[in-house]
Design a protein around this ligand. Structure first.
Ligand code: NAD
Length: 394
């Protein structure tokens, strides 16, 4: 009975009797049949076999909640290996994301990635102090590197990372995701196209509560692992935004640090940092970060023709951009897309075509130098001049 019903569905193909007029579309088949490729609204991903293979080092909060799930949206990048100190965790993640057991490494055996041709890029998502060691080991194993921000805890370590990548002839990119976040990308485009006029002032604030009971926050309160407090962790977004929203490099810095003496969280690292930058054009930036104020992630670029307001500016999703002009304030429509997939695909593309990444090691080094200058200015309690490379002058 069933067979007969199915048979009747497939047994009656459309029969075309009349000859087709030249240029006429082919007839629509009456039964199920292959049809031409539809017009694509989204770019097709690369064939899986041609995607660039990535290993993720460190299976913590950011890796597991943001980066690893974002491979699903990546067009040129695929997850092929995991590096973790916990075999159980690595196996559980590998099972869910289709990573082969042969492609799991621990920190001691990490250098064996050299012999795995499936791995092209290593993404370092460890506590800040471990970025140099694992980036350098990855470069020496012949792999390209994506390293999380802040690049390292000192300029000398950043320089060693850059030298290792250059020595191996491999790419080194720092995970400045805001450069790939659609609202920030649009705001930068508005600045570059002249729609903002001359940017006179950038203000940016990044604040959140730090919670000692959360494992991801524990190492952030240990200076030897984090390198500093709110400034290196989230103030770096304010700092980096001041540079990309002016398109200039600062020439002088002033800063103030305030840390509650009675709060046991802040025995080693600072809480609130307010800092100011001056740029060659006369533009200024007024910036801040803290681990005690409520969640704020905001960037404003005040220009002579228009001001761009990103609020929130650097959330993982749900950011917003408004433009303030003579005639009022208007929301700028921006299509959402995964900033994480975009940044990974950018490096994968650079690996394929040999181009330099938009946020190379030198970008990370510059911010690490500036962070040192910000702490020095707070200590000195006065404006300090900067060299063109972001280091302190004199
Ligand atoms: P996390 O503590 O959740 O993850 C760190 C991982 O490193 C864990 O898997 C942990 O097991 C491992 N690890 C290895 N040695 C360790 C040690 N000695 N102490 C602590 N952990 C150790 O932290 P996270 O929030 O995922 O941050 C990791 C990195 O990612 C940091 O550099 C951070 O700045 C960066 N990050 C970037 C963003 C972003 O938006 N770009 C967001 C969050 C974190």
């Amino acid at each position: 009975m069933l067979g007969g019903a199915v048979g009747s569905l497939v047994a009656a193909p459309a029969v075309v009797t009349a000859a087709l007029a030249p240029g006429a579309p082919p007839p629509v088949p009456r039964g199920a049949a292959g049809r031409p490729m539809p017009k694509m609204e989204k770019e097709l991903p690369e064939p899986v076999g041609r995607k660039v293979g990535w290993a993720v080092v460190g299976l913590g909060q950011f890796a597991l909640n943001q980066i690893i799930p974002s491979f699903a949206a990546a067009k040129r990048s695929k997850l092929v290996a995991l590096v973790s100190g916990s075999r159980d965790k690595a196996e559980s993640v590998a099972e869910r994301y289709g990573v082969a057991r042969t492609h799991l490494y621990d920190y001691a055996a990490f250098d064996a990635i050299r012999d795995n041709p499936d791995i092209d890029v290593v993404y370092v998502i460890l506590p800040n102090a471990l970025h140099p060691e694992f980036s350098i080991r990855a470069s020496r194993a012949g792999k390209h590197v994506m390293c999380e921000k802040p690049m390292a805890n000192s300029p000398a370590e950043c320089e060693a990372m850059i030298a290792a990548a250059k020595g191996a002839g491999r790419k080194l990119m720092i995970g400045y995701r805001a450069h790939f976040e659609p609202h920030n990308v649009k705001a930068i485009a508005l600045r570059k196209s002249g729609e903002l006029g001359r940017v006179r002032l950038v203000t940016s604030d990044h604040h959140r509560h730090i919670d000692q009971s959360v494992p991801a926050d524990q190492w952030r309160l240990v200076k030897a692992l984090a390198g500093g407090g709110s400034l290196v962790d989230i103030g770096i977004y304010s700092l980096n935004a001041a540079r990309y929203m002016t398109g200039e490099e600062p020439v002088a810095v002033a800063a103030q640090v305030s840390t509650p003496a009675d709060d046991p969280r802040f025995r080693e690292v600072e809480d609130l940092v307010s800092f100011q930058l001056r740029f060659p054009s006369g533009a200024e930036a007024h910036l801040s970060s803290s681990y005690t104020a409520q969640n704020i992630k905001r960037i404003q670029a005040l220009g002579t023709k228009a001001s761009a307001v990103l609020d929130p500016a650097t959330e993982y999703e749900g950011n917003r951009l408004a433009l303030v002009t003579e005639t009022g304030r208007e929301k700028v429509k921006v299509e959402e897309a995964s900033q994480f997939a975009a940044e990974m695909d950018h490096l994968s593309e650079c690996v394929r075509n040999g181009a330099e990444p938009m946020t190379p090691g030198e970008e990370g080094l510059r911010d690490v130098r500036l962070i040192g200058a910000i702490y020095a200015a707070a200590e000195a309690r006065r404006w300090l001049d900067l060299n063109p490379d972001g280091s302190l002058a004199g």
